[in-house]
Design a protein around this ligand. Structure first.
Ligand code: NZQ
Ligand code: ZN
Length: 388
């Protein structure tokens, strides 16, 4: 049953192979100085940097450079970005990159005019911003996180081995995002599959909860089928525009709050994945892949009906002559087969985790209420041991 909810998405999207042109429509809405945020150099290699700078110059903008945003952006880098924005008097934060650049831009946006330390305020106390917020725009180069159309901002603090996400409100979400699927074509295969699994797991995190008849779950099933279909094409031919564009659009809808409306959510795979990243700095989507199967096998008995539905609707498992448990397990087996086809790592050991880290990773895991079952710390250890 759908209860009370609000749906408000503040981000304007431009999609397609010519969408960068729309930067010309957006830039005049903001002040003269643009802080150009990007990562470790991919946009210089694939020509996106040059194209964006040309448009900024044509619009008579002053560019303040802020490169070097690392995957799993750190709180130290956020503090540095705040300094750059203050010194440069930035009017717009333009993130050109993947989820890391976009998340980082949001963290800087809420910190430039804030006297308090951003880690303590936003990632420990989870307070809402009470200062002026700088506008964020995004030119997306990697499909996965959904950061282009949500308020999520995930930041890592290596000193205390914590990776924490704050979901900010509409005022922090990108004012606009430009999604050109062609920009994702230069992604290394490992990043492409990491993004694909991230999308899929975002949908799972919102799907595996509740047993009622809910429109959000039908939407989730359609998105999952689209991701599975397009990913199978994309791994064979990464240059297939149709597949890459479907993947990019699915990523946005997987985590722009639509499919969580009116229902509970889970997010425990993400909590464990974040803890693995906090210890290993491993790629986000790959950490999710490595811990998903042991987690879903563990919660399956608590949410059996939904796992049966997942098997039937997403993986087209034939139920004839099978018990509910067999159908549900076949669904997870089909999911595992798909993950292997993509080449995803199914072990945290392959991501740099070692057995002596397991207790520490469990300590770094935020234990949420969960959807069907609240994990104990001992169960987190069990999942990690199965995945090592
Ligand atoms: O840094 P550069 O040189 O740009 O290289 C990046 C980076 O090494 C590369 N890349 C991106 N686009 C490329 C490209 N290489 C070649 N061609 C391109 N077109 O890919 C690498 C990964 O980029 P990154 O931005 O880190 O990936 P992703 O988009 O997966 O973002 C991951 C971050 O987002 C957080 C994750 O935890 C992680 O910190 N998340 C954010 C969420 C949100 N805002 O709602 C939700 C997610 O669950 C996730 O937690
Ligand atoms: Zn994710």
């Amino acid at each position: 049953m759908l209860g009370n909810f609000c749906y408000h998405n503040a981000t304007k999207l431009y999609f397609g192979p010519d969408s960068l042109e729309y930067l010309n429509e957006e830039l005049p809405k903001y002040g003269k100085t643009v802080q150009l945020i990007y990562g470790g150099g991919s946009i210089q290699k694939n020509g996106i940097y040059e194209a964006v700078v040309a448009i900024l110059k044509a619009n008579d903008k002053t560019i303040v450079e802020d490169g070097g945003v690392m995957p799993n952006p750190t709180i130290e880098k956020v503090r540095d970005g705040v300094r750059i924005a203050r010194e440069g008097k930035a009017d717009l934060l333009l993130a050109v990159g993947g989820g890391s650049c976009c998340d980082y831009a949001k963290a800087v946006a809420v910190s430039v005019h804030c006297e308090e330390d951003p880690w303590e305020k936003y990632y420990v106390r989870y307070e809402e911003p009470d200062c002026k917020i700088l506008p964020v725009g995004c030119v997306l180069t990697m499909a996965g996180t959904g950061s282009e159309m949500n308020g999520g901002s995930v930041i890592t603090n290596h000193a205390i081995k914590r990776k924490a996400g704050h979901v900010f409100g509409p005022e922090v979400m990108p004012k606009f995002s430009i999604l050109n699927p062609k920009f994702t074509m230069s992604l290394p295969r490992r990043q492409m599959i990491a993004g694909i699994y991230d999308i899929f797991n975002h949908i799972c995190e919102q799907y595996f909860s509740g047993e009622d008849d809910n429109t959000s779950d039908y939407l989730a099933e359609a998105l999952m089928r689209s991701v599975i279909h397009s990913s199978r094409i994309a791994v064979q031919n990464p240059q297939d525009y149709e597949a890459r564009s479907n993947i990019m659009w699915s990523a946005t809808w997987a985590l722009n709050t639509l499919i969580s409306r009116g229902k509970a959510t889970d997010w425990m795979v993400h909590q464990i994945g974040h803890a693995v990243s906090a210890w290993t700095d491993a790629t986000h989507g790959l950490t999710l892949a490595a811990v998903s199967l042991p987690y879903y096998r563990l919660i399956l008995p608590y949410g059996l009906q939904k796992f049966v539905r997942f098997a039937a609707e997403v993986w087209k498992v034939d139920p004839t002559g099978k018990t509910e448990l067999q159908i549900a397990e076949e669904g997870l087996a089909a999911m595992k087969q798909w993950m292997k086809e993509l080449g995803l790592p199914l072990s945290i050991g392959k991501l740099g985790a070692t057995a002596d880290m397991i207790e520490g990773i469990a300590d770094s895991t935020n234990l949420l209420r969960g959807a069907y079952h609240k994990l104990s710390r001992a169960e987190v250890v069990q999942i990690l041991k199965e995945s090592i």
